[in-house]
Ligand binder design. Structure first.
Ligand SMILES: [Zn+2]
Length: 174
C-alpha cells in the first residue's frame, strides 16, 4: 500500500524530524510501506519519512533503477538510512532535481559531489557510506527533508533555476 505524499506548499514539509530511538517491528513495517511508496512513484529514487507525514529521521534511497544514471555516480543499491549524519562533503556541482512533493517543477541546485555519511539500518545496525554524483545528490536532497528543507529552498534564483515539468521524461524524482 502506498502512503499519501504531502505536497508543497504544505507547511508540514518544513517540520524538523526527530531521531528514531526504537528499532522494532513497527519501524520495519513503516520502512516497508515507505519503500513501496517510493517505488510506486515515477522515477522515485529516494524518499524521506516527512514526505508522508511521519516526522522521524528515516530516508530510503535506491538509484539502481535509474535508466540513465549520470556518469561518475556511485550505486549502492537500496539504502535505508535512519538517523543519517553527513560527515564529509567534497567538491561542488550544479544538477537538476525533482521531488515527489513538488511534482510540477524541477530545479538546478548546487550540491557536494561526494558525501561520506553514517546511518543505521531499520534493524539498528550502524553503517558507513560514501556516495558520489547523482547518488550523493539524492542523499543530500533526502537529508534536507529531515531538516524541513526542499530543493526550492536551495535554488540560487527562482527566476533562472526553476523549471515547469511539461512531460514526464523519466528523470529522477526524489
Ligand atoms: Zn524530495
Amino acid at each position: 500500500m502506498s502512503l499519501e505524499i504531502i505536497q508543497y506548499p504544505d507547511q508540514r514539509l518544513k517540520q524538523v524530524a526527530t531521531p528514531v530511538e526504537v528499532f522494532d517491528e513497527a519501524l520495519q513495517g513503516f520502512v516497508a510501506e515507505l519503500e513501496q511508496t517510493m517505488r510506486a512513484g515515477p522515477g522515485g529514487v529516494g524518499i524521506a519519512a516527512p514526505q508522508v507525514g511521519y516526522f522521524q529521521r528515516i530516508v530510503i534511497i535506491d538509484v539502481s533503477g535509474m535508466r540513465k544514471l549520470p556518469k561518475k555516480s556511485s550505486n549502492s543499491g537500496r539504502m535505508v538510512l535512519i538517523n543519517p549524519e553527513i560527515t564529509k562533503w567534497g567538491g561542488m556541482a550544479m544538477g537538476r532535481e525533482g521531488c515527489m512533493s513538488v511534482p510540477d517543477f524541477t530545479g538546478n541546485v548546487i550540491r557536494a559531489e561526494t558525501v561520506s555519511f553514517t546511518a543505521f539500518d531499520e534493524f539498528g545496525e550502524a553503517h558507513e557510506y560514501r556516495s558520489e554524483g547523482y547518488e550523493a545528490r539524492a542523499v543530500q536532497h533526502e537529508v534536507d527533508h529531515l531538516d524541513g528543507l526542499l530543493f526550492l529552498d536551495r535554488l540560487v534564483s527562482r527566476r533562472t533555476d526553476l523549471f515547469q515539468r511539461k512531460v514526464y521524461q523519466g528523470q529522477g524524482k526524489d
